[in-house]
Write a protein that binds this ligand. Sequence first.
Ligand SMILES: Cc1cc2nc3c(=O)[nH]c(=O)nc-3n(C[C@H](O)[C@H](O)[C@H](O)COP(=O)(O)OP(=O)(O)OC[C@H]3O[C@@H](n4cnc5c(N)ncnc54)[C@H](O)[C@@H]3O)c2cc1C
Length: 393
Amino acid sequence: MNINISRRNAAKSFLAVAAGGMIPSLKGEAVTTGAKGYDETIRTQVCVIGGGSGGTGAALAAARAGVDVVLLERDSILGGTATSSFVNVWRPVTGGDGIPRELFMAMARDPSALTLPANCDLNSYYIKSQLGPRNIAGKNVKRGVGVTFEPRAMDYTVRSLLDATGRCKILFSTTFYRAHLKDNKIVSIEAWFKGKRILIQASVFIDCTADGDVCADAGCAYHMGEDPKSRYNEPHAPEKARMLLNGLTLCYRITDTGVKQKPYLPEEIKENSCSLSACYDRMPNGDIVAIADHHIDIHGSGHFKCPFPKAPFGIPLRCLQPKGVENLMIACRAAGFSHIASGAARLQRTLITLGQAAGNAAAMAVEKNVRVDQVDVKELQARLVKQNVTITA
Ligand SMILES: Cc1cc2nc3c(=O)[nH]c(=O)nc-3n(C[C@H](O)[C@H](O)[C@H](O)COP(=O)(O)OP(=O)(O)OC[C@H]3O[C@@H](n4cnc5c(N)ncnc54)[C@H](O)[C@@H]3O)c2cc1C
C-alpha cells in the first residue's frame, strides 16, 4: 500500500463541507502586491513558516547571512515542541556545535534558565551533552547528560538573537493557510492573523511547520507512516507500508455521559516493531550538512530495544530540498527522512542545525538568484564550518 494523501485536498473538502461550498484552488494564481482581498501584503527575501527548532535555526541563519526574513509562527512563543509542548530537553546527541551551542551559552547567562550541577563548567557540560549513546563491541553504552531548559528562556533567548540580526520580522499568532504557485515556484503564501488575511511574497520559503504543511499544500509528494523495504532498500523496513505514526499522548476532557466506556489504544501503536541500524549505514555521503548519532527512537514502539549507532551519521542537504518546487526548502521533522531514519534525525539540536543549513542555503539562493537545488554545496559546507557546524564525524 502506497500511502500518499493530499492534505490540500483533504483540507479543501473539509472546509467545503464546513462552509457548505467549494473552496477554489489557488494553485497557479498570480498574485501581486496590493492584491484584492488581503488586509496586508508583505514582501521579503526569505519566509520561514513555523518557529520551532528547525524554524528558529533557519530564520537566524538566513537573517545572519544578510537577507530579510519573515518568520511566521501560529503560537505566541518560539521553540515549538520544545517550549509549547514542554519537551524542554535536549537529549545527548553529537553535532549541535553551531546555533544550539550558542543558544545553550546564551541561556546559561540566566541562572534560572538551565538545570545544571553546582559550579558547572559550561564548556565541559556541553561537550558531555553531545556524547550520544553508542554500541561499543556489541554493548549499548549510555553516555552523556541532557540539557534541560526553561521554555520561557528558550523563547526569549531565540527572540533576542533574532532581534539582534535587525533583519527578521516575527509574525506571532499567524497561521500559514495556503501556498500560491506559478511555474513550479511559490510566489506567495496566504496566512491569517486574528481574522486578517495576509499575503506574504518571498524569493525562498522554508517549511518548518513540523508536519510539512507548506510542502503538502504546494503539491510536493510525500508519504506518511512506515515505508516498505522496497522504497529505500532498508533491510529492517517491513515488506509492506503501513500507516503507522509516532505514538502520541491522548488527552481527554472527561464528561459523564452516562455511557459505559472501554479503554482504547490504537492497534498500530501496540504492534509496531522498530527496524534498526540499517539506516545509519545508508546515510549517504557528499552533501552532508549536519551529523547526529541518536538511536532510532520511534515512540510507542519499544524504542529502547533499538541498538545504538556505532558512529555518527551524516545528514545530506538533499533531505531539505523537496522535489517539484524550486524555491522551497524544508527544515523540520518532516524533512526527507525515511520513517526509520526520522526516529534518529528528529532531535531538536539536529533540527536546529538542519535549519541553520537551510537558512544559509536559502540566503545563498537569494544572493545568487538560483534555485535552492542549485546552491553550491561545497560553498555551503564551508560557510557552515565557519559557523562551527560539525559536518564530519
Ligand atoms: C513526546 C516527545 C518527546 C521528545 N523528546 C525529545 C527529547 O528529549 N529531546 C529532543 O531533542 N527531542 C525530543 N523530541 C523530538 C523533538 O522535540 C521534535 O522532533 C522537534 O521538536 C520537532 O521540531 P520541528 O522544528 O520539526 O517542529 P516544532 O518544534 O513542533 O515546530 C513547528 C512550529 O511550527 C508551527 N506551525 C505549525 N503549523 C503552522 C502553520 N500552519 N502556521 C504557522 N505556524 C505553524 C508550530 O506552532 C510550531 O511552533 C520529542 C518529541 C516528542 C513528541
